[in-house]
Write a protein that binds this ligand. Structure first.
Ligand SMILES: Nc1nc2c(c(=O)[nH]1)N[C@H]1C(S)=C(S)[C@@H](COP(=O)(O)OP(=O)(O)OC[C@H]3O[C@@H](n4cnc5c(=O)[nH]c(N)nc54)[C@H](O)[C@@H]3O)O[C@H]1N2
Ligand SMILES: Nc1nc2c(c(=O)[nH]1)N[C@H]1C(S)=C(S)[C@@H](COP(=O)(O)OP(=O)(O)OC[C@H]3O[C@@H](n4cnc5c(=O)[nH]c(N)nc54)[C@H](O)[C@@H]3O)O[C@H]1N2
Ligand code: SF4
Ligand SMILES: [Mo]
Length: 726
């Protein structure tokens, strides 16, 4: 079957005989689409289709989901554990027992020599929730390191931190169904049509039934901006100023919901004093949006019966990411738009199970939204696991982005990387490379053996991927979805769950704590630990989740359904039940364009690729749409520099340089370039990644670069070199 552009690069779907269709959930983005994998008579995954009765996607899939079955056998899947004494020597194949023994003995040696926290663990948002819970048990209860965190610090940390500051707890309060009820949608730094195509499709469906204004705030003319009623091309990194100014207009003109503010919030007075300073005239000079537009949007939002805000990385990946989230929450609190149909503050999550790690991995504390700082939480979990509560630290340790500098300074000597590829995804590649070279020992656990980070590892654990295993994942709208096991793990690769429980056996506490063998037994533990809590899942079973095509938490033991929205009763998770209105002064600390580095460097994603391309880079029908690193550049800026369309150019920042293919487009302003971050040795060679003070999330979206045209010979040398290394 052929579809897409019939003549140029059509998508080719070969015909296959499908024997069974097996229900599961897509493992790429956080939308959480129900998917059926077609399995042929030899047990191979040969096709995929959306599940029509599923509330999330109603039969649709985006192109990543359509080809997801191809990743089971795509190039360089890890097939057997690998070991070596020194980095850069060739790896030797090993049995699992030898690989586990070597890793456990290195962890013991490092912890005995330098202290328990000198061994760090960095995980992900892309394994199953049961695996997260089990890794948390291992990290917190068995190995006992406090330097344990995930790549979600690159992704959702600002949303988590902002929700906690405003509402007293993490947990996105809204759902996709809110599109059906809203009277105004404000989207910040989110390119929904490319990054969450099926959530976008849900929005389009709602708009077909009932027109309401869509306003997109993004410095770039994204696909989302093109379809919007209003596009606000905000100056990079200044959303906070815009948000404070919107609130200024609402309060100044008396458009706020006084009754809601009075009944459900604290801190109104201090907040009002602060936003009083952000009049639209002064704010427009900083955020680049003219004063009348600020006033119009503020009035539109406040006068709508129900108004909602969504956001993604344009807000989170900023030096004031957490403040940006709190500012969005503030806007919704003063207009009474939390927990009501169509009135919400909904962070669009990134990775398929970034929510699962927030809820259950113990990265920032203990399972089930418990924290290390509370004695009761420590003793509850210690008792449940059967260990001494004193084994737990009394405060959380380093965030992922602080773990790397701690390796640099010698505080951390050993590292276990689970399902993340920092050599490509962290800012300032050269610095990360030097950092990883300093480690005495590193183990990488990944579904692919060719991830760039394995170049610096001593041990490689080949992991099973996606539907080669079973368990749940939580999507953007708190919906717990089931990944049913479709195929056996590839060759000798094993599920992350099995790997964690085998490692536990090699430690003292691992003999005290039970590590159940099956995912459903682990799920039962989580259900027990969730009972009566905010994220109660005690009413769920795998069967119920499959039958309902996903269930939103909370779902108590005696109820038949999940709850679509949080805080509908106006009761928040602070002791007095009130949310906080927090004053947020704007601090301008970004690296900004100047004479030497005159362009903003913006980075993000394209629809056909996922992150560091370990998966999509190997799937022909996806990779062919963007096989090489490229940048979007404004034609006028290019003309001034003698740079041409489809020629190569060099970018230089204070960190390093990169050579990329130029694509001329008016999507970006003359003082900005945009580069998808999917390619190794590209945008993150240049990026700075200043950290947000609350969430420690890097400002991937802003730094300064200059652009140099290069000769064809120079370009050819770089491209040939890149072709050799990939
Ligand atoms: N196809 C595909 N889908 C994905 C992923 C993928 O890799 N590929 N990854 C998933 C993950 S983990 C994530 S986190 C999400 C990310 O989803 P998105 O956040 O939607 O994607 P990005 O392209 O990273 O960034 C979104 C927009 O932020 C804008 N931006 C930059 N600076 C600013 C600013 O100062 N203010 C504002 N308001 N906007 C700004 C950029 O111009 C960009 O258009 O996508 C998920 N879905
Ligand atoms: N410049 C710039 N940099 C960015 C961003 C940006 O917008 N701009 N975005 C940031 C964001 S939001 C994110 S989320 C990060 C993502 O950055 P990474 O987490 O480094 O990216 P991935 O390529 O998704 O890495 C996940 C790895 O897990 C492996 N994997 C997949 N499934 C499994 C499994 O079941 N088990 C195991 N063990 N392995 C598995 C994959 O093969 C892959 O190697 O990048 C960040 N970096
Ligand atoms: S929208 Fe996300 S969850 Fe749905 S098919 Fe595409 S990648 Fe998978
Ligand atoms: Mo992300």
């Amino acid at each position: 079957m052929l579809f897409g552009r019939a003549k140029k690069n059509p998508i080719k779907l070969p015909q296959h005989e499908v024997k069974d269709w097996v229900y599961t959930t897509c493992g790429y983005c956080s939308t959480g689409c129900s998917i059926e994998v077609g399995v042929d008579k030899n047990g191979n995954g040969v096709s995929a289709r959306g599940v029509s009765g599923a509330d999330v996607n109603r039969g649709k899939l985006c192109l990543k989901g359509i080809f997801e079955h191809e990743l089971f056998t795509s190039a360089n899947r890890g097939s057997v554990p690998l070991l070596r004494d020194k980095i850069f020597e060739p790896y030797q194949e090993a049995t699992w027992d030898v690989a586990f023994d070597r890793t456990a003995s290195e962890i013991h040696r490092i912890q005995e020599t330098y202290g328990r926290d000198s061994f760090a663990i960095v995980s992900t948002g892309q394994i199953l929730t049961e695996e997260f819970y089990t890794l948390g048990k291992l990290a917190r209860g068995v190995i006992g390191t406090n330097n344990y965190d995930g790549n979600t610090t690159l992704c959702m940390a600002s949303a988590v931190s902002g929700y906690k500051r405003s509402f007293g707890s993490d947990g996105p309060p809204g759902c996709y169904d809110d599109f059906e009820h809203t009277d105004c949608l404000l989207a910040f730094g989110s390119n929904l049509p490319e990054q969450h195509p099926i959530i976008y499709w849900r929005l389009k469906q709602a708009l077909e039934k009932r027109k309401f204004p869509v306003i997109v705030v993004d410095p770039r003319v994204t696909m989302f901006a093109q379809m919007a009623d209003m596009h606000l091309p905000v100056t990079p990194g200044t959303d906070l100023v815009l948000l404070n100014s919107l609130a200024h207009v609402i309060l100044d003109e008396g458009l706020e919901d006084r009754a809601y503010i009075g009944a459900n919030t604290n801190g109104a007075q201090e907040y009002e004093q602060l936003v009083a300073q952000y009049d639209p005239v002064s704010a427009s000079k900083v955020c680049g949006i003219d004063e009348d537009t600020i006033r119009n949007v503020a009035r539109l939002y406040a006068n709508s019966g129900a108004a909602m805000s969504i956001w993604t990385m344009g807000i989170n990946q900023s030096t004031h990411g957490s403040d940006g989230v709190v500012a969005i929450n503030n806007l919704n609190l003063i207009t009474g738009n939390i927990g009501k149909p169509g009135g919400t503050s909904l962070s669009i999550t990134g990775q398929c199970n970034a929510m699962g790690t927030r809820e259950w991995s113990s990265c920032s504390g203990l399972p089930g939204y418990r924290v290390l700082e509370k004695e009761q939480d420590r003793s509850d979990i210690a008792e449940f696991w059967g260990i001494d509560p004193e084994f737990f630290p009394k405060q959380r340790g380093l965030f992922q982005t602080d773990i790397f500098p701690a390796i640099e300074t010698g505080q951390i000597k050993g590292l276990w990387i689970v399902a993340t590829n920092p050599m490509t995804s962290m800012a300032n590649t050269a610095r990360i490379r030097k950092t990883l070279e300093k480690l005495e020992f590193m183990v990488v656990q990944d579904a692919y053996s060719d991830v760039e980070t394995t170049e610096y590892a001593h041990v490689y654990f080949p992991a099973a991927i996606w539907a080669e295993k079973e368990g749940v994942m939580t999507n953007t709208e708190r919906r717990v979805n089931l990944v049913r096991n479709v195929l056996k793990p590839y060759k000798e690769s094993k599920s992350d769950l099995w790997i964690f429980s085998q490692m536990a056996k090699r430690f003292e506490n691992g003999k005290k704590i039970k590590f159940p063998e099956t995912a459903s037994q682990v799920f039962d533990e989580m259900r027990q630990l969730s009972s009566g809590r905010f994220l109660d899942i005690s009413g769920m079973t795998y069967e119920k989740i499959e039958t309902n095509r996903g269930i939103q938490w909370p779902m108590k033991a005696d109820s038949e359904h999940g709850i679509p929205r949080l805080y509908s009763d106006g009761k928040f998770n602070y002791d007095d039940g009130k949310a906080k209105l927090i004053p947020l002064p704007f601090v301008d600390n970004n690296e900004r364009p100047d004479e030497e580095y005159p362009f903003w460097l913006n980075s993000g994603r394209v629809v056909e690729h996922f992150h560091t391309r370990t998966r999509t880079g190997k799937i022909g029908n996806l990779n062919k749409f963007s096989p090489t690193p490229y940048m979007e550049m404004n034609p006028d800026a290019a003309y001034a520099l003698g740079v041409e369309h489809m020629m190569y150019a060099r970018l230089v920042s204070r960190r390093g340089d990169a050579v990329v293919l130029v694509q001329l487009t008016h999507r970006v302003a003359p003082n900005m370039v945009f580069i998808p971050f999917h390619f190794h040795e590209c945008v993150n060679r240049l990026s700075l990644g200043l950290l947000d003070p609350h969430s420690r999330q890097p400002a991937f979206k802003q730094c300064a670069v200059r652009i140099e045209s290069i000769t064809e010979q120079e370009a050819a040398a770089v491209v040939n070199n890149a072709a050799r290394t990939y």
